[in-house]
Structure formats: C-alpha cells, structure tokens
Design a protein around this ligand. Structure first.
Ligand SMILES: [Cu+2]
Length: 267
C-alpha cells in the first residue's frame, strides 16, 4: 500500500506536507529513544537500589556524574529538535509564502457552522464587502454586487475547489468565534480568529480523482474539519475540498462566474 505511514497519518496530498511529516516522524523517533532510555533507567534504579541491597538510606548518595551527563544529553536532543527541526520548519511555513502572483488566493470565512468560500474571479480582485449587506441566507459575506470588482466574484458554502499543483493562499477569517481550518491530507491546520485575517498556504498535489483511485474509495473527499470546539453544531461544521486539474478548475470557475452574473429575479 503506497499510502502506508508508520504513525498512521492520513495519506499525504500536498507538496509542502512532507516536511511536516518528517518533523512528526523525527519527534516521535527521538521521544521513543527518550522513553526507552528513561524506562531502562527506571528499571535499573528499581533493581540497583532495592531494599534487600540497600537496607539503610545512604545520605551521601551517588558520586558518579553519569546522571548529569545523561541529563545534558537529553537537553541536547531536545535542543536539536527545537532549533534544528521545529523552528526552521515553522519559519519556512510562515515566512516563505509563495509569491501572490503565482498563487491562487481564496478567502475562507468560518461561521457557526459553515465555511464561506470567496474567489476573486477572473479579474483577480475581491469585491467590496459591507457588513450592512450581510444576509445569512442570500449574502453571507456581505458582498457589494454593485462594486465592479465584485461582478465576477464567486462564493460557495462548504465547497472549496482548487487546482492541483498550484500554491494556494487562504486568507482565513471568522465571523463569530474561534474556528480552525484543518485539512489533514494537506497537513494544514490554522485557527480562524474573529478580527484577524490569517494567511496560510499549501500546494495540493493529488487530485480528488487520483486519491479515489489510490485509496480504492470511489467516494473519497478531502474534508475541511473545524478543529476548534466552536459551539453546538461544531461536529457538522464540515467543508469539502475538490482538487482538480487546472483545466477542470478553470471550467468550474467560469461556470460559477456565469451563474453569479445571471440576473437575480429577487432583486
Ligand atoms: Cu467551527
């Protein structure tokens, strides 16, 4: 099975996610070494200092420095994990976002209990939004359709369509409480915090169709799970991600643009 992982992680479907997997793998490996080391020391101490051998406590204690050296070694291992692996990876994830002109920018706004997805459309410009235009049913993001930049904007609820092998920058927001945008296969998880716009990026590199073939599950879907308990409906706050070829994605976007520019009979 190609998707097997020794820690049981979900199949990887992003170009940058391998670094996270490597970090998770090394951390577990070092922790396993520490666990076995400390466990061995514990068993040694139980036997070495057992009552029949040491009927009376020795007030001077151990004179060798072995334990000090061991503690220094443990601290060094932890420093290597932190300075050698975690901090560089964090810096790479946060500081080295792909250039905006090479990426697809999508705004994702969490609310109780749905994900609102907003694409800028072919003009690449997000239309104006205004809280006074906000309508939970017909206009959950309060987009001003009279703004020329908004004419070709596309919105969906809980359906994130993405082209494969292209860097995606998600601008993450929340309308009410703290939510968390998590797609395990992309190794992405980020809290959405009211009042903040938080950029995250990833490069999906396996289409939904390809993942269905690999997993043998014809109904496989990438899911956006809300990873922060955000209220009574938290468990049903699920979105779906469809990763397509660039052509398929362009066609999908064009069909949505056509849909949204049809005259609205209710206006
Ligand atoms: Cu939520």
């Amino acid at each position: 099975m190609t998707n097997w992982h020794w820690l049981g992680l979900p199949p990887l479907a992003s170009a940058q996610g391998g670094q996270s997997d490597a970090l998770i793998g090394w951390t577990h490996l070092f922790m396993l070494v520490l666990f076995v080391g400390w466990g061995g020391f514990f068993v040694y101490a139980l036997i070495r200092f057992r009552r029949s051998r040491q009927p009376v406590a020795d007030y001077t204690g151990v004179k060798s420095h072995t334990s000090s050296y061991l503690e220094v070694a443990v601290a060094v291992v932890e420093a290597v994990l932190l300075l050698g692996f975690s901090i560089p990876l964090w810096a790479a994830r946060v500081d080295h976002a792909p250039p905006a002109n090479e990426a697809l920018l999508v705004e994702v706004t969490g609310e109780q209990f749905a994900w609102n997805i907003h694409y800028a459309g072919p003009d690449g410009k997000f239309g104006r939004t205004d809280i006074s235009l906000l309508d939970l049913q017909s206009n959950p993001l309060g987009i001003d359709r009279n703004d020329p930049a908004a004419k070709d904007d596309v919105t969906t609820v809980n359906q994130l369509y993405l082209p494969v092998n292209k860097p995606i920058i998600v601008r993450l927001r929340s309308k009410d409480v703290i939510h968390s945008f998590g797609v395990p296969e992309f190794r992405v998880k980020q809290d959405a915090i009211p009042g903040l716009t938080i950029p995250i990026w990833f490069v999906p590199n396996v289409t939904t169709a390809e993942m269905r073939r690999r997993t043998g599950n014809a109904e496989f879907q990438y899911e956006i799970g809300c990873a922060q308990l955000c209220g009574l409906g938290h468990a049903r706050m699920r979105g779906f991600v469809t990763v397509q070829s660039a052509d398929e994605f362009d066609k999908w976007l064009a069909s949505k643009v056509a849909e949204s520019s049809e005259p609205d009979p209710f206006r």
